[in-house]
Design a protein around this ligand. Structure first.
Ligand SMILES: [Zn+2]
Length: 298
């Protein structure tokens, strides 16, 4: 509520010609086309912007972009390639393709709603709903919802979770372009259970997080030579101490996270945990300098 009031107040001030700096969330949210610049992720996943982003075509041979009204089907070229490749894998495992949720705004940057990250064109949400068809109309893409694969008590997967989901997530995580994938803990717990001894290294890249039960969130590494892109630390290797993360830190999500023990007994929270829900407000001064040029490029 406070957030909406603050945004509203900022807009009202602007309309009145007052001196308040416009929020970067509003400025980037208003852009409808990418900047004509060389592709470059600028800053970090949760504080930055994207130069030269590319639009994921609204429909392709093996995907459809959902919620087109949000203008969030833009990403770095490497992300657009990755989605094309993963959607072909999806077809090989028996899905119709992929329904693709938010990537980034046309020029990336902070959003007015929904995500703390997705700011540099290297994050994408993939729906857990297996597509039945790839000719959804714009209106259908606004209306249809994905399906939860996690139970309401957050402890296990539901009947919506299938071996094909597992195969898709394994393929998604095994791609060398991927830095990490966020998904509800119950999903990782299930995949840890069913993974064989010899085939579980890919689980290192799957990171438990709050929410993420109707989609999984793919985060790509900074592309080679992307000098303005900030690599995320700690790495997944560091987070899992070189293992696959099928350990106590994972089980914490279905024990202490859901039923916090008395004070003093709480383990340190997972560094991947978002500090608060939704996006925070940024002014342009909070973002890397180069984002001003991204915003003004025509
Ligand atoms: Zn996401």
């Amino acid at each position: 509520m406070t957030r909406f009031l603050t945004v509203f107040a900022a807009m009202a001030l602007l309309a009145g010609g007052a001196q308040a700096a416009p929020l970067a969330n509003q400025l980037f949210g208003a852009e409808t086309a990418p900047s004509r610049q060389n592709p470059m992720p600028i800053g970090s996943y949760a504080r930055g912007c994207g130069a030269g982003l590319v639009q994921l075509p609204e429909s392709g041979p093996s995907w459809q972009a959902m919620r087109l009204s949000r203008h969030r089907n833009f990403g770095q070229p490497v992300m657009i390639d990755y989605i094309g490749d993963l959607s072909r894998v999806a077809q090989q495992i028996g899905w119709g393709g992929l329904y693709v949720g938010d990537i980034s705004q046309p020029r990336g940057g902070p959003m007015t709603s929904g995500h703390a990250s997705h700011q540099i064109g290297l994050d994408a949400d993939i729906w857990m709903l297996p597509p039945k068809r790839l000719n959804l109309t714009r209106a259908e893409r606004e209306k249809i919802s994905s399906i939860p694969v996690r139970s309401a008590d957050q402890r296990s997967v539901t009947g919506n979770w299938t071996p094909a989901h597992r195969a898709l997530m394994k393929a998604a995580a095994s791609d060398p372009r991927v830095d990490r994938i966020f998904v509800a803990a119950a999903v990782k717990i299930e995949m840890c259970k069913t993974a064989t001894r010899k085939d579980r290294d890919w689980l290192q890249k799957i990171r438990p997080i709050a929410g993420h039960d109707t989609h999984f969130h793919v985060r790509l590494k900074c592309p080679k030579g992307a000098s303005l892109c900030q690599t995320q630390t700690p790495t997944v290797k560091e987070l899992s101490k070189g293992g696959n993360g099928c350990d106590d830190t994972l089980m914490w999500w279905v024990t202490d996270y859901l039923n916090p023990p008395k004070k003093g007994a709480v383990p340190p929270p997972d560094p991947d945990t978002p500090r608060k829900k939704g996006p925070r407000e940024f002014t342009m001064a909070d973002l890397p300098n180069q984002c001003t040029a991204v915003l003004s490029a025509r």
